[in-house]
Design a protein around this ligand. Structure first.
Ligand SMILES: Nc1nc2c(ncn2[C@@H]2O[C@H](COP(=O)(O)OP(=O)(O)OP(=O)(O)O)[C@@H](O)[C@H]2O)c(=O)[nH]1
Ligand SMILES: [Mg+2]
Length: 460
């Protein structure tokens, strides 16, 4: 996908725009030679040790000073990309950044394509494909837990689990194929019960990875929480109270919120995406109707539904309303009924509600029980975690492959148990091993690589 692997690439690796400092990165066999052309005292740079910094002036092609910079030199293979690499820490001016890039190109470097530095790291086996995906997650991580998962995956938690799974599969294949080789002779083979047990262990381990995705994905993308209910029940007040900000317009007029309003909030290191919605009612107003349609779309898309009720107005219609919302929610979603405005109600009886769904009394106005609400949200997210293990996958690509591996393993086990011939069984096992290779990138194709590396921007 990056066809000419021998080129020396350069790019600005810090964010676009102006900051105090910017970083230009060069990677490739000639990067040290090319970078040295920016200096008047090249010897000092050539003799600089690996991983050390040099404070120096750099010059343009016209011999005029470009900037005072810090240069770091990494000598292959001990760099992120596995190639000779130079990083230039210059002042943040966009002019300086672009002049450095232009000068480097004139000295023989090429502009890096999006994700090309990471691709080189993968190409030179510095990281495998699952770690590359974790790197993308790490760069975009916005909460403590998403950061933790990305770091774990970067460290190779999943890669070493895959290596172990692969080794066990290889062992099984060898035993199955041994049966084939000596099929006609009276040779004592590995006991099939034992083989079945090993396959079962593999099935269990891949199942654990598959079930970890629900939690992993929630952490990576943030948990969408829709605040829904009839008009005027206090949905927007609740959003504002949670955010501790007057984000949404609040008024006593029913139908105030017309469009959805989405804001992120990190609670105890977990990212939630709270969505305030238009109050649900039948209306002739075209705009309000469109708003209500969006509310229903958000009920479908969200993982948590905060069904807000005005505790002052509870009648038979309220229960019909709750039932109609419940009918739109599936088993994977969490429905929590909030009896709001509890500050204005005495002796609120929530028993009838708790029969319908998890319920708490709150007051968006006085903040009563909002801490309890937050705790319920956290507990629900934690309940998605199916084991204490830190082997958690966050990529849908990996999920799909593990699901298919699991299917092949189940088939292999059935074959073993039914006493099928070794070649049938080993075919399923080989298929599973092939897919494991696809996860780490040991076996791969350009489409997969393209999809993964295009998620990075230039300079990464
Ligand atoms: N006493 C009391 N009043 C509240 C509480 N929450 C909201 N209110 C009031 O209820 C009215 C409606 O509040 P909103 O937050 O605009 O209600 P909403 O559900 O967003 O309404 P729509 O956008 O029209 O669907 C406002 O006058 C709020 O001040 C509460 O907990 N206690
Ligand atoms: Mg509102």
């Amino acid at each position: 996908m990056f066809n000419d692997e021998n080129r020396t690439i350069c790019a600005i690796s810090s964010p676009a725009g102006m900051g105090a400092i910017a970083i230009v990165r060069l990677s490739g066999e000639n990067s040290i030679k090319i970078a040295s052309k920016l200096l008047s005292n090249k010897d000092k740079f050539f003799s600089l040790e690996h991983g050390k910094m040099l404070y120096t002036q750099i010059f343009g092609e016209d011999g005029k000073i470009l900037d005072d910079v810090l240069l770091v030199k990494f000598i292959a293979p001990n760099s992120f990309t596995g190639e000779n690499t130079v990083e230039i820490y210059c002042h943040g001016s966009e002019y300086i950044q672009s002049q450095i890039i232009i000068t480097l190109i004139n000295y023989g470097a090429s502009v890096a394509k999006p994700g090309e530095f990471s691709f080189q790291a993968f190409f030179n086996s510095r990281i495998d494909l699952s770690q590359t995906e974790a790197l993308a997650d790490l760069i975009s991580s916005s909460s403590r837990e998403s950061h933790r998962l990305a770091i774990n995956q970067m460290k190779g938690h999943i890669s070493s689990e895959i290596a172990e799974l692969r080794e066990k599969m290889l062992e099984l294949v060898a035993l199955m194929e041994l049966e084939l080789d000596f099929g006609e002779e009276d040779v004592e083979f590995a006991d099939r019960t034992k083989l079945s047990e090993i396959t079962l262990e593999l099935i269990e381990r891949t199942s654990l990875l598959i079930s970890s995705y629900k939690y992993g994905n929630a952490i990576k993308s943030g948990i969408p929480v829709a605040i829904v209910g009839e008009p005027n029940v206090g949905k927007s007040t609740l959003l504002n109270a949670l955010l501790k900000d007057e984000r949404a317009i609040v008024s006593h007029i029913p139908g105030t919120t017309r469009d959805t309003i989405e804001e992120n909030l990190i609670i105890e290191g977990l990212k939630f995406r709270f969505i305030d919605t238009a109050g649900i009612r039948n209306s002739d107003d075209l705009v309000e109707k469109m708003g209500v349609k969006r509310t229903f779309e958000n009920i479908e898309k969200s993982q948590v539904i905060l069904l807000t009720i005005d505790a002052n107005i509870v009648d038979s219609q309220t229960f019909e309303f709750i039932s109609s919302i419940k009918s739109k929610i599936n088993d994977d979603q969490y429905l929590l009924i909030l009896l709001n405005k509890s500050d204005t109600v005495n002796n609120l009886n929530d028993e009838v509600f708790t029969k319908l769904a998890d319920t708490i009394s709150v007051s968006a106005k006085t903040r009563f029980n909002l801490d309890k609400l937050e705790q319920k949200l956290i507990n629900w997210v934690k309940s998605l975690k199916t084991s204490e293990s830190d082997l958690i996958i966050t990529s849908s690509r990996q999920l799909e492959l593990f699901q298919n591996i699991n299917i092949s393993l189940v088939r292999a086990k059935e074959g073993i148990d039914k006493g099928l011939s070794g070649d049938f069984v080993s075919q399923d096992l080989r298929e599973a091993m092939y897919m494991l290779g696809e996860i780490t990138g040991h076996i791969t194709n350009d489409d997969v690589l393209g999809a993964i590396f295009s998620k990075f921007c230039i300079g990464k």
